[in-house]
Write a protein that binds this ligand. Structure first.
Ligand code: CP3
Length: 347
């Protein structure tokens, strides 16, 4: 699947820590509600139907890539639909976000969680990948993704977003056997899911541990890292993997230990500091504070430059926000950011 053009693209080179003509950039949630082109498609259907209609998912993926001029496309999908075949009743509620109507209320319920044996049940994702790959420029890689086991477990247990992750942590602390069973079912399902995305045509994958930042380093090492590591090891070796975690830079050493070719970091740590921890063997993705996009363009530019300067020309930097774009951000600022990264980093 990997043509020389894709192999030698800016994004793929940076993922291998090879020098590039300028710093590659893509934006988490680049196809989202801030983009009028997305809203035009979204207004005709529900979010879940958009995810499950390959032609529409392909359209929003390709359009966002093109209007922004970013160096990679990311598959339009979501972290949570994989929980449906695992036995969870998922709904996206207007104004509230995702809700699981039958979350795990106690450790004793974990037996009802099914691992996904046959990922063909998620064929709408693989069909979208094939359509996108067909229509993407031949030098632009397509990224697949999945949630990391902890982040998905927290949704399965909390039933939605959470402030303190009380039920998740209570089950985790009280019943390590049940926690192990749940995490293993997630790891098995997610490994198959990511490998099937690769078979369908993505060039790299990202795992989102969006909520792992609520953990202490010791708890991350004990309850999360072994599973994330197992998942990363299960993913086809030759495909670069971005291990993204947000919320707690104190976890970076353990995040690195879990694996991944690219370490995705947020803005709560200076990139130069992160580089000292991560070293030069792996690429770093990040790490502009997304709220910078609300600032005036001259301020945005100096903040963008500060991130590039913190990387100090090391090969192996993929520019991104430290977390996703917000629905009320100005699309012109997002487009300007992409241009700024290319111009400010050009050799
Ligand atoms: O990045 C991209 O453009 C690709 C698509 C993508 C979406 N969600 C689309 C989406 C990706 C990679 C995700 C990942 C995702 N989904 C995460 C991890 C990302 C992160 O920020 O750390 C999480 C936690 C989810 C779960 C999820 N899906 C939430 C919490 C929500 C509601 C958020 C909100 O702001 O309402 C969603 C819905 C969702 N996923 C939307 C989009 C574009 C908005 C839904 C809509 O159109 O109404």
């Amino acid at each position: 699947m990997m043509t020389p053009e894709l192999y030698n693209s800016r994004f793929m080179k940076a993922a291998r820590c090879e020098p590039t003509d300028c710093t590659p950039v893509w934006i988490m949630r680049q196809a989202g509600r801030y983009l009028p082109e997305y809203m035009a498609v979204r207004s005709k259907t529900t979010f879940i139907d958009l995810c499950k209609t390959p032609e529409l998912a392909a359209e929003v993926t390709l359009t966002a890539r093109e209007v922004l001029g970013v160096d990679a496309a990311i598959l339009f999908a979501d972290l949570l639909p994989i929980l449906q075949p695992m036995g969870f009743d998922l709904e996206y509620v207007k104004g509230e976000g995702p809700v699981i109507h039958n979350p795990l209320m106690a450790a004793s319920e974990i037996d009802r969680v099914k691992a996904v044996d046959d990922v063909e049940i998620l064929s709408y994702v693989f069909d979208a990948i094939k359509l996108i790959r067909n229509d993407l420029p031949s030098d632009i890689p397509l990224l697949g993704f999945a949630g990391a086991p902890f982040t998905l477990a927290s949704y399965a247990i909390e039933g939605g977003g959470s402030k303190n992750y009380i039920r998740t942590k209570t089950i985790m602390y009280n019943d390590e056997g049940a926690w192990d069973a749940l995490m293993n079912r997630l790891v098995d399902s997610l490994g198959k899911y990511l490998n099937a995305q690769i078979d369908a045509g993505v060039q790299a994958v990202q795992i989102f541990d969006s909520w792992a930042g609520c953990l202490s380093p010791a708890d991350y090492r004990r309850y999360v890292q072994p599973y994330t590591k197992k998942l990363i090891e299960a993913v086809q070796d030759e495909t670069p993997l971005i291990n993204f975690l947000t919320g707690n830079p104190a976890l970076i050493p353990d995040q690195v230990e879990a694996g991944g070719d690219v370490i995705g970091i947020d803005w709560r740590i200076d990139l130069a500091e992160a580089r000292k921890i991560i070293g030069n063997e792996r690429a770093i993705q990040g790490n502009l504070d997304p709220i910078s996009l609300y600032a005036n363009l001259d301020v945005l530019e100096s903040r963008t430059k500060a991130v590039l300067d913190a990387n100090a020309g090391h090969p192996g930097h993929i520019f991104n926000l430290g977390h996703g774009v917000q629905p009320d951000m100005n699309p012109d600022h997002v487009k300007a950011l992409v241009q700024m990264v290319h111009e400010l980093s050009a050799n």
